[in-house]
Design a protein around this ligand. Structure first.
Ligand code: PGA
Length: 257
């Protein structure tokens, strides 16, 4: 099996979506801590809802678990009712921000241009953006995967510098694989990850592209994580459903390649 490029440390991210109250989030972090305490081989990140970020970050102190926001707004403050800024989530204890998730794009009309502004704001606040992109089933079936990934990549990272790419992660999430139990095969995922790394090299240069962590997301489970992470350009996983139980998330963190 191919092994990950030295220098690209694996990253496992749990996206809790709109699950877990403050109390439940603290409980989940507390359950995870002893299970992942000895995992020095990868970075571990969980993304609770906004309301639980501060409490989850406090609960995770002294453990290898870092906290991510699931979204943010690009302005730093102002009359933007309902929005939360990058500085606010950073102060709450976040080090990462998931941006442009397909649910934000499809349910809330988020465009790639908006994602690029959010990524810039995240970087400005010292956060690592995890920029998500993927194709829908109809886009894949009509042979448009390459084109739509190319467009979404360029637009979602528009305006970012090469230096910014060193502080950015990408998550490839085929929309048809999210929450369906039907993950992409390692081969399918590897093909798109290699495509994304090639795009990154075109836009930001080969060196920046080589160190870019590209995570796969979409029905990742303890049973399929090893095969996915064994592929050369798959550097980690963005996990939804299976991140909501400490045991299954810890089993994913425990992947073997
Ligand atoms: P899933 O979600 O693991 O439940 O498919 C992944 C995601 O939406 O990030």
């Amino acid at each position: 099996m191919e092994s990950p490029t030295p220098g690209r440390r694996p990253v496992i991210v749990g996206n809790w979506k709109m699950h877990r109250t403050v109390r439940e989030s603290v409980e989940l972090v507390d359950r995870l801590k002893p299970l992942v305490g000895a995992s020095g081989h990868c970075d571990i990140v969980v993304a609770p809802p906004f309301t639980a970020l501060w409490a989850a970050a406090r609960a995770a102190e002294g453990s290898p678990i870092a906290i991510a926001a699931q979204d943010l707004y690009w302005e730093s403050q102002g009359a933007y009712t309902g929005e939360v800024s990058a500085g606010m989530v950073a102060e709450a204890g976040c080090r990462f921000a998931i941006l442009g998730h397909s649910e934000r794009r499809s349910l809330f009309g988020e465009t790639s241009r908006a994602v690029s502004r959010k990524a810039a704001a995240a970087l400005e606040a010292g956060l690592t953006p995890i920029v998500c992109l993927g194709e829908t089933l109809s886009e894949r079936e009509s042979g448009r995967t390459e084109t739509v990934i190319g467009t979404r990549f360029r637009q979602s990272l528009d305006g970012l510098t090469e230096d910014a790419l060193y502080r950015t992660m990408i998550a490839y999430e085929p929309v048809w694989a999210i929450g369906t139990g039907r993950a992409a095969t390692p081969e399918m995922a590897q093909d798109v990850h290699a495509l994304i790394r090639g795009l990154a090299a075109e836009v930001f240069g080969r060196q920046a592209a080589e160190q870019l962590p590209i995570l796969y997301g979409g029905s990742v489970k303890p049973e399929n994580v090893d095969g996915l992470l064994a592929r050369a350009d798959i550097d980690g996983a963005l996990v939804g459903g299976a991140s909501l139980k400490a045991e299954s998330f810890a089993a994913i963190v425990d992947f073997q390649v």
